[in-house]
Design a binder for this molecule. Sequence first.
Ligand code: AMP
Ligand code: MN
Ligand code: MN
Ligand code: MN
Length: 284
Amino acid sequence: MDILNADLHCHSTISDGTLEPEAVAARAKANGVELWALTDHDEIGGQQRAMAAAHDLGLPYLTGTEISVTFAATTVHIVGLGFDADDAALAAGLAATRGGRRERAQQMAEGLAKVGIKGSFEGALQYVGNPELISRTHFARFLVESGVCRDTSEVFRKYLVEGKPGYVPHRWAALGDAVRWISDAGGIAVIAHPGRYKFTPTEEFALFSEFIEHGGRGVEVVTGSHSRADFVKYADTAREFDLLVSRGSDFHGPGESHTDLGTLPDFANELTPVWSALEERILR
Ligand code: AMP
Ligand code: MN
Ligand code: MN
Ligand code: MN
């Protein structure tokens, strides 16, 4: 399998990105991406637009989503690639997963009001396409725009992570359910950015083992939030667990994401890329 400039993890206005699906497609193409997937959080409503835009640009496309999962009391993200975008069980599972976001957001706003930040629910909603998908990112944008913080990473650090006033714990999908929704729809489930979870080695081993038992087949090795050391570590993990490897910027928008579409380094070429197992699912 040739080395390919694949970018299989990014977001649009359908979830918490700032560009419309067509603009993400155009940016991917302009940046030299050769295989693209739009992976909005807990939603596949942008897939038809992404597919059509990719087709018009002559950009090979894999369907995508990024599912929020709770594992060992931690939020873990599972990327799904190459599934049937018309699959009803997948759509229902994603709808159930995003179901509690609105109530959670109202509780987040209550927590922020207690430290003097008023109106953040309504404020965050201004940045949301679909209110069902209101996320911490939209709160972060509101707090930056209203001058409470300088940038979104400061907002997360001071207000939106565990122990801070705007943090509300939430139960997302079960790992096995998320993996099965993707696999049963003909796709491949991939553990997103494993370097971001603060797991002990035992918990991380449990995550990978259980993920594989449920039918998961891939891991993101090269992604925007991974360090060089993470590239090496998770390449080793992929070998140890015999997993396919994936690559994606996790781009959310210009000026907000430090890694742009299509600008990631390659992984070591003895690894098997996830797209080699999805050849028939690539839309050209
Ligand atoms: P939620 O699904 O509502 O918990 O929001 C999670 C989203 O917040 C992620 O998908 C990222 O886009 C964003 N995010 C998480 N942590 C950070 C951070 N430290 N800095 C900036 N954005 C973050
Ligand atoms: Mn996000
Ligand atoms: Mn993620
Ligand atoms: Mn993401």
